[in-house]
Design a protein around this ligand. Structure first.
Ligand code: HAM
Length: 426
């Protein structure tokens, strides 16, 4: 058999999956504390959702979507990101009708993009994200950013840099757009084909082009910051003021444009400094998307959110040598000898497990020595040995693997005994 895992995907194996569970538990807890509720949307959606939501001129829609027809000829797409789906659901379920706005939602799940795989860039990756829909208060922008920063902090990551920009409101964007077109148009034939298409459709994306990044016109391109109208400027200032109040440092980068079409006003990324992290240093991307709910058929409802990928988070933690406090060993390994003790062992395990004790035994008929070796490999805190003799006498021999201390106790006392010993160790 030569069937391999698809390019750009990975198996998350035991030893690593515990790390995933650990960061997932922090994520759920942070979202709970910020009062965000979980939403789960389908992994595939109608293709049109992303064409309209993420935007026709984006790399995601033009080159990266996993799109297929189902058996009745509908065009479906594996979701490349979560925002469009959450907004679709907000509209479809009329969540705008609830008195509790903004609707504060969070999600976790796999996203799919046909990208060139490299470290930190996968074709299937897992995003944690939040969306707060239904308020244009800059305090929501600050809250969403604070949530992301707090999450990284609790996961143990250091050296983070929050980069902030404003893409302005509709009016500011239009003015900036016109300025960009005027700036690039005279020399657009010196740019790549993609940029030539972008000129009329979405000139902001030219600034994000990797191929033409060294063209002299890039450096002198008009900056959005100079085109913000009064209202957008004030909004941006308030977001900064609130971040100052929260003690969250940031840098402003007028060149931060983001790769998705729906953004306006606040745009941000969280980057990581430092060695061992390679070319990919953006951990999180997010921003405000006033207008997206209307675009997808709902009433005017401004929104903001972000997403980060677990793959990049774990890479960053690894690069910084952060040891996650994932569970190291099992509580009790049961060593049995003989047919009856082995059968009795299944009942003992059931009782231990019901009592919340993590316990296991041998299923390969191994000799006692080999069973002890397994207990060592599993880093068992205790081994409980049940031979014919103990079994006949209704007793069991319990060994504390860290001190080496052994004690023979009544078999029926085992659960209570272990519970007492284990108390405070987990
Ligand atoms: P995005 O910038 O496309 O934004 O992706 C957000 C984050 O997902 C990135 O910062 C990165 O950590 C991770 N990511 C993206 N592509 C890959 C990949 N191929 N492999 C591994 N990680 C990846 C969005 O997706 C927006 N929906 C964010 C948002 C939510 N804006 C408002 N609300």
């Amino acid at each position: 058999m030569d069937i391999r895992i698809p390019r750009g995907t990975q198996d998350i194996l035991p030893g690593t999956s515990e790390k995933w569970q650990y960061v997932e538990s922090i994520w759920h807890d942070i979202c709970r504390r910020f009062n965000y509720s979980e939403i789960r949307t389908p992994i595939f959606e109608q293709t049109e959702l992303f064409q309209r939501g993420v935007g026709d001129t984006t790399d995601i829609v033009q080159k990266e979507m996993y799109t297929f027809s189902d058996r009745s000829g509908r065009s479906l797409t594996l979701r490349p990101e979560g925002t469009a789906s959450v907004v679709r659901s907000y509209v479809e379920n009329k969540r705008y009708g609830s008195p509790d706005q903004p609707d504060k939602l969070y999600y976790t799940g796999p996203m799919f993009r046909y990208e060139r795989p490299q470290s930190g860039r996968m074709r299937q990756f897992v995003q944690f994200g939040v969306e707060a829909i239904g308020s244009a208060d800059p305090a929501v922008d600050a809250e969403v950013i604070a949530l992301a920063m707090e999450f990284y902090k609790e996961a143990g990551l250091k050296g983070l840099k929050l980069v902030l920009n404003s893409l302005g409101d509709q009016e500011s964007r239009q003015a900036h757009r016109d300025a960009l077109i005027n700036h690039f148009k005279p020399q657009i034939d010196e740019f790549c084909e993609d940029c030539q298409h972008r000129l009329e459709k979405n000139p902001l994306r030219i600034l994000d082009c990797k191929e033409d990044k060294d063209h002299p016109l890039m450096e002198t391109a008009p900056s959005i910051i100079d085109y913000l109208n009064e209202e957008s400027r004030e909004y941006f200032n308030t977001v900064q003021e609130l971040l100052d109040k929260m003690g969250i440092p940031y840098e402003i980068d007028p060149g931060l444009v983001r790769g998705l079409d729906y953004y306006n006003n606040t745009a941000f990324e969280i980057m990581i400094d430092g060695d061992g992290f390679g070319a990919i240093s953006t951990l999180t991307g997010g921003g405000r998307y006033n207008g997206l709910v209307e675009e997808l058929g709902g009433p005017e409802s401004p929104g903001i959110g972000f997403a980060l990928s677990v793959e990049r988070l774990l890479m960053a933690l690894d690069a910084q040598g952060v040891e996650l406090p994932v569970e190291k060993g099992i509580d009790c390994y049961l060593v049995t000898m003989g047919e009856e003790p082995s059968k009795e062992g299944t009942a003992i395990l059931t009782e231990l497990r019901r009592a919340g004790i993590q316990a296991d035994k041998d299923y390969l008929g191994k000799k006692m020595k080999a069973q002890f070796k397994t207990a060592d490999r599993l880093k068992a805190s205790f081994t409980a040995v049940l031979g014919e003799e103990e079994w006949q006498a209704g007793k069991i021999n319990v060994k504390d693997m860290s001190s080496g201390e052994q004690q023979v106790i009544e078999l029926e006392q085992l659960t209570a005994y272990l519970n007492e010993k284990l108390e405070g160790t987990t």
